[in-house]
Write a protein that binds this ligand. Structure first.
Ligand code: UD1
Length: 417
């Protein structure tokens, strides 16, 4: 089941419910390590990356059970050792275990975390901030080892609003002695969700949603019931799928407030949007309008995770579009595959592409090389003439619960093969 086969050219119609957010769920699952009581996490997506995080938590000694009402995690006993290498190296989000384990155990030992092959993805900001809080790191036997004799609060200024670094600092800071201030913090909704979970456990944090977070460390944390918000990237994926393939869909439970820049981009592409209590109604344009410039940026800017999908739409736009990726270099891996389908894309440098819209793409066999680029190829398949086979789909299943079923419910002819 590592391929997806799509018979293109069918307009999408109907409604699709948006799953829980992957990028909110993973740090929150790491945060459950900070309390000895049970937390119940509702609306947790059943995706490969969550299953990996669950197995990491189990290997650390946590009791984790999928129930009818959600995922129950109890971290009464945490041993801090024996984390399975593959789950760490294969998933960038395992990096948030760094802050959580430092917070819980005062020490951590892990393999260098991996994830999708997009850019260099260094972790200097994470390590530098935790060092300011009293953690000493060494790299030994290919492993990253950190230990804090006395974890303490600090004033930390991030030179770039890194999502992962902000999350790691938060996780360590709630357990540290004294107060921490994060200046230049990431404002992504997933950070706000982590703050909401920690606050629900009894942490004292001010400034959620702004670039300055103040954490009063050392509060006892309790278990809590928490509902993960819907996934803004999945909502954006299906939004762009509709613009590309045509038709009209309801994105049920889409997190409207988190999608401002995306909805604006969709409207500029010619989509008709109507926000209602139940979600977002999308009416696709006859042909997408090409936007002269699309540029990714930290939140509230246009998300890097939807750049490949916007690129896929622009391949059939009515003119020329320049797409600039400011977060990660090397994030145009889908471009080569889209070109194999007939797209006219020129790589100007590793952060910019020029796209000239063509009338139609043609189906062929393409290779997913990372999660979001893979989803963009599925979108391309939906609008292409003939059959598209997307290989390497294990990347896509890391972030989408059931992309084939969701799109089939919208009328697409798509199967996993
Ligand atoms: C990033 C995205 C996030 C997305 C996730 C998964 C941004 C700002 N972040 O989060 O929205 O959901 O990927 O695709 O859009 N960097 C350093 N040193 C560090 C950490 C980061 O130089 O220690 C640089 C990275 O190389 C990159 C940028 O900062 O250029 C983005 O980093 P960061 O936000 O930390 O990435 P993620 O947490 O993975």
């Amino acid at each position: 089941m590592n391929s997806i086969q799509i018979q293109g050219g069918v307009a999408l119609q109907g409604k699709v419910r948006i799953q829980g957010s992957k990028n909110a769920a993973l740090p929150i699952l790491a945060a459950t390590l900070l309390t000895k009581e049970t937390s119940c996490i509702h609306n947790c997506p059943r995706i490969a990356d969550v299953h990996r995080m669950v197995s990491l938590l189990r290997s650390l000694g946590c009791q984790v059970v999928w129930g009818e009402d959600g995922l129950r995690v109890n971290a009464l006993e945490v041993c801090g050792r024996d984390m399975q290498g593959e789950a760490i190296t294969g998933m960038r989000s395992s990096l948030c275990l760094l802050g959580a384990l430092i917070g819980r155990c005062g020490q951590v030992e892990m393999e260098y975390p991996g994830g999708c092959v997009i850019g260099k993805r260094p972790i200097d900001l994470h390590l530098g901030a935790l060092e300011q809080m009293g953690v000493c790191f060494i790299c030994e036997d290919g492993k990253l080892k950190g230990r804090a004799e006395a974890l303490h609060g600090a004033d930390i200024r991030l030179p770039f609003p890194s999502v992962g670094a902000t999350e790691n600092i938060l996780l360590a800071a709630v357990a540290a002695e004294g107060d921490t201030r994060i200046m230049g913090a990431a404002m992504e909704p997933e950070v706000t969700e982590l703050v909401r979970y920690l606050t629900g456990c009894g942490a004292r944090i001010e400034g959620a949603g702004t670039d300055t977070l103040k954490i009063q460390g050392g509060q006892t944390l309790y278990g809590t019931d928490f509902r993960i918000c819907s996934d803004r990237i999945v909502a954006g994926t299906y939004l762009f799928a509709c613009i590309a393939a045509g038709g009209s869909v309801l994105l049920e439970d889409a997190p409207v407030k988190q999608l401002e820049a995306v909805l604006q981009t969709a409207q500029e592409m010619g989509a008709g949007l109507c926000v209602a209590k139940e979600g977002i109604y999308v009416q696709a344009p006859r042909r997408p309008k090409s936007l002269s410039h699309i540029k990714t940026a930290p939140y509230p800017g246009f998300p890097t995770d939807l750049q490949s999908m916007a690129l896929a739409v622009m391949t059939v736009g009515d003119g020329q579009s320049r797409i600039e990726e400011t977060i990660f270099e090397n994030r145009f891996r889908a471009a080569k595959e889209l070109k194999a389908m007939g797209a006219d894309i020129t790589l100007l440098d590793e952060r910019t592409v020029l796209v000239r819209g063509v009338e139609k793409l043609s189906g062929t066999a393409v290779e997913a090389r990372e999660l979001r680029g893979g989803a963009a190829l599925v979108i391309a398949g939906l609008m292409a003439e003939g059959t598209t086979r997307v290989n390497g789909c294990s990347y896509i299943y890391r972030g989408y619960e059931n992309i084939c079923k969701d799109l089939r419910e919208l009328g697409a002819r798509i199967v996993s093969a």
